[in-house]
Design a binder for this molecule. Sequence first.
Ligand code: SF4
Length: 324
Amino acid sequence: MARKPQDFKTPVHNNWCPGCGDFGILNAVQMALAELDLEPHRVVIFSGIGCSGKTPHYINTYGIHTLHGRVLPYATGAKLANPDLTVIAVGGDGDGLGIGAGHFVNAGRRNLDITYILHNNGVYGLTKGQASPTLKLGVQTKSLPQPNINQGVNPLFLALAAGYTFIARSYAYDTRHLVTIIKQAIAHNGSAFIDVLQPCPTYNDINTREWYSGEDRKDPQTGRAIPRVYKVEEQGYDPLIKPGMSDAEIAAKLTRFIEKALEWGERIPLGILLKNETVPSYEERILERIPFYRETPPARQRISDAQGRPTLDLAKLLEELKVT
Ligand code: SF4
């Protein structure tokens, strides 16, 4: 029997602010898991610290609310231990690109088969709206005494430089679009990164729902909003880099990616911006060294006998490692 989004909901009380973009992301994850018909016990969701950190509490799968900035090491460990799991990491831009920036880079280098969803709202919402890493230079949200003095990080560029092989952007209030992106990210064999524009109506009064949808700049003739967000797939954008492509073809793809990653303000692209199928996944690299990894990953190895005694003699191992 096909699963429904309802199957992935929990009775835990949700205390996000009314109108928060986190609701759209939560609904999209639940819808994507249902549409992929994944078994809840084969999915694990990790979160960092921040408003989005509560996400695993609301989804009926395995889940761990981890430490600040450490969501990707947890996700990495789980996937390595049990490659049969669908592993999803979620976190805010402060969590992932501030204190967790080093882990963000190294997760991209590995190209492990996990999905990382960034709740990108430009503020540290949980701690009252300080400027977070993606807030642009000179922007002053309502909780800042002065305009932001730092340059904003571009998550798309950072993901490209780190080595993520699936890089996309979506919008928290376009749930249908986000569901499509999450499903493709999960299906991708490698590290998938989704930068989700997530309005924080409580602390970011600049990048609001009205701003993204262009309600603040209506066409004087028609009275219609002129949206800032648009979908690259509707323009025939092709993100795929595949084996056999020439260097010139790959360079052309990367140039198009850079053009899209630079767009902000007047026009903001959404969609899959890069899908690189030429890089081996981490699992494929492990299999070259440990051919039996798939049959006996760490999660399936016996660590004790029927009496509960450890099967590995650590004393013997330590003796072998002793430097004399
Ligand atoms: Fe959402 Fe902002 Fe409220 Fe946090 S502070 S729950 S990000 S609206």
